[in-house]
Design a protein around this ligand. Structure first.
Ligand code: PAF
Length: 280
């Protein structure tokens, strides 16, 4: 496995691999890899000849008072994990490699990103779509694999790829959870063991809501939202949003339709911002 930091070298590698008829899959990450990311590598290996894992803590997707500075950075460990899992390339550029000092061009999706996380993180998705476009231009993947924990992010990237006729197939991979049900996230590192255990109430509330919907045949979105909020909120957990959304587009719906919706939540658990969702 090779670690590449220069965008020019990455581009040259991809151009020659494609000239040889090789198919490339990209797994975009911000590092601090966990089993969720590793499952994306497994999926990517099924789909392509060459798997590129990008590791880049993207400054443009963090707001001014967010955790950009404290976001875990552990390239050596990440590269080892990628190698063990069978990735071919780790692409780990620096911020200066990606953004010119006077960079002034952004890619912005303007419908889906108005909702859910977009309301409390106003420029977050603009940063995500911009960096994902840049990564697509450098790595030139045939497909890219994203985890459904960030379901709204995947919906926005699917929309971007459709709207801009970008020739990359977007592949969704399921959420991976710890033994207690907490969705794996690099931000789980901010919590100690007890907090991680406490935060499992988020997933439990989603599972309970799904059961309630099924047993009571409930399609009332306000009732579902209230049920989820009541089951999550406590002294430690502050619900930022709980929404019933279309499972594919992540846009809020006014009635739940079985098999077609998802409950999405964001929660401050102590000092840690967590998101999760469940298909219903
Ligand atoms: O999901 C993430 O880790 C990031 O938002 C992504 C897609 C790698 C873009 O920086």
């Amino acid at each position: 496995m090779k670690i590449i930091s220069s965008p020019q070298e990455m581009k040259a590698f991809s151009t020659s691999a494609k000239a040889e008829g090789k198919k490339i899959a990209l797994v975009p990450t911000m590092g601090a890899l966990h089993d969720g990311h590793l499952s994306l590598i497994d999926k990517a290996k099924e789909l392509a000849d060459i798997v590129v894992v990008s590791v880049f803590v993207n400054p443009t997707q963090f707001g001014p008072n967010e955790d950009f500075d404290k976001y875990p950075r552990q390239l050596e460990e990440d590269a080892q994990a990628c190698q063990q899992r069978g990735a071919d390339i780790v692409f780990a550029p620096s911020a200066n490699d990606i953004y010119a000092p006077d960079a002034s061009t952004f890619v912005s999706e303007e419908q889906i990103s108005q909702y859910l996380c977009g309301q409390s993180r106003p420029k977050h998705f603009r940063g995500v779509t911009t960096v994902v476009s840049i990564l697509f231009n450098i790595v030139k993947p045939d497909c890219a694999v994203f985890g459904e924990k960030d379901a709204q992010q995947v919906s926005i990237i699917e929309r971007m790829v459709r709207d801009l006729f970008i020739d990359v197939e977007i592949v969704r991979a399921p959420i991976i959870r710890d033994e207690n049900g907490l969705a794996l996230s690099s931000r789980n590192k901010y919590m100690d063991r007890l907090e991680r255990l406490g935060a499992t109430r988020i997933h439990n509330a989603l599972v309970e809501a799904k059961k309630m919907i099924e047993t009571e045949n409930c399609d009332n979105v306000d009732r579902i939202k209230a049920y989820v909020i009541n089951n999550i909120a406590n002294a430690k957990a502050r619900v930022i949003y709980a929404e019933v959304v279309d499972a594919k587009t992540s846009l809020p719906v006014s009635r739940h339709e079985t098999g077609k919706s998802r409950i999405s939540v964001a929660v401050w658990y102590g000092q840690t911002r967590l998101i999760d969702n469940i298909q219903i």
